[in-house]
Design a protein around this ligand. Structure first.
Ligand SMILES: Nc1nc2c(ncn2[C@@H]2O[C@H](COP(=O)(O)OP(=O)(O)OP(=O)(O)O)[C@@H](O)[C@H]2O)c(=O)[nH]1
Ligand SMILES: [Mg+2]
Length: 329
């Protein structure tokens, strides 16, 4: 037997332990498989109930009513649920559907039509440096998303600079620096405690060094904290003084676990800052992925990326068809 708790670890022991910890047969999953896996809880929340409903039988009012309940309990939200139901009713009429087993495809198509307008990949080639400011409530996943984005852009051959604009939280800078090291990307910090100044410096430095992309972190804040919302508007204005049209993208990061509250956040941050793109993080392990439909209905801001885990590779551009497929397969 191996003694895993031996005090005196040689490098060989460490390797042996790592091999023991990771099942050797676990193959690296493709993105599609990982997306599917990450949506497991949402899918079972939605899918298992739908399976019962779509099992066959006549389409009547009771079926619509049950479908409405299922959508509402899957965080799709009231108005997106109404919109989807209306769309499905029209499809049933138009295509002369009469059996509930045909509703599955109708719902899939209705959902795809609702989500497709959100699929607008971020084009960072319009400016250099292209400045992206990440905003959101505390713990939404902003800093982690920056780490993943740095990796994503570098994989496309782009140079990246990170600005440590979260000057509120004590460990924020260290957390970002760790991501910087992992990506071998420079992290601009300063001790002033002034987020606007840090990001301003980073943008100027990126311009001087011909860097392609600046990722600016900011402190988490609630839309109800009016002084902090005013502060982020100031950060936005100051960045615009370094480069007139910057920030070129204001990315609001949303934790998918927050369900309907994410819709409230989208509205509030958009009203304050004119958000140009969304990141839906933590889709893994949440049963509330249906909130994506609520967002599409309430404020159809492009979902630029989705996050499905804490690793550097757990982020991809949003693809509506891929998402709906993963939800229903
Ligand atoms: N499972 C999972 N966890 C995530 C994901 N994204 C972030 N996290 C975790 O969520 C927690 C908060 O993430 P951060 O990136 O620190 O969030 P933040 O918005 O920067 O937080 P503040 O700076 O405190 O406002 C961390 O423990 C992350 O590892 C994701 O896609 N999936
Ligand atoms: Mg952070």
């Amino acid at each position: 037997m191996f003694n895993l708790f031996k005090k005196d670890k040689s490098p060989t022991d460490v390797t042996a332990q790592a091999e023991l910890a990771a099942p050797p047969e676990a193959p690296a999953l493709s993105w599609t498989e990982r997306l599917k896996q990450s949506l497991t809880r949402t899918r079972s929340q939605l899918g298992n109930q739908l399976a019962g409903l779509f099992g066959g039988g006549r389409i009547d009012e009771d079926v619509y009513e049950e479908l409405e309940t299922i959508l509402l309990t899957s965080d799709v939200g009231v108005s997106a649920t109404q919109a989807l139901l209306e769309d499905i009713r029209n499809r049933v009429k138009r295509q002369h559907l009469d059996d509930t087993s045909q509703l599955r495809e109708a719902l899939k198509q209705a959902l795809l039509e609702l989500l497709s307008p959100l699929q607008k990949p971020l084009d960072t080639t319009t400016h250099q440096p292209f400045v992206i400011m990440l905003v959101g409530v505390n713990g939404a996943g902003k800093t982690t998303t920056i780490g993943k984005l740095a990796n994503f852009f570098q994989a496309q051959g782009k140079s990246v600079l990170i600005a440590a604009g979260d000057t509120f939280r004590a460990a924020a800078r260290e957390q970002l620096q760790a991501w910087g090291e992992r990506n071998q990307v420079h992290v601009v910090t300063n001790q002033s405690g002034d987020a606007a100044a840090v990001i301003y410096d980073a943008v100027n430095s990126a311009r001087a060094k011909n860097i392609d992309i600046v990722l600016a972190d900011t402190a988490g804040r609630l839309p109800t904290q009016l002084n902090l919302m005013e502060e982020i508007r100031k950060v936005q204005r100051v960045i615009g003084k370094a480069i007139p049209e910057a920030p070129h993208e204001i990315l609001l990061v949303l934790d998918a676990n927050t369900g309907q509250n994410a819709v409230t956040q989208v509205k509030a941050f958009d009203d304050a800052l004119k958000v140009s793109g969304l990141v839906l993080s933590k889709l893994d392990g949440t049963a509330k992925g249906g909130v994506i439909a609520a967002i599409a209905q309430a404020r159809p801001i492009p979902i630029r990326y989705i996050g499905v885990g804490e690793s550097i590779d757990d982020l991809r551009p949003f693809n509506a068809e891929e998402f709906v497929e993963a939800l229903f397969s």
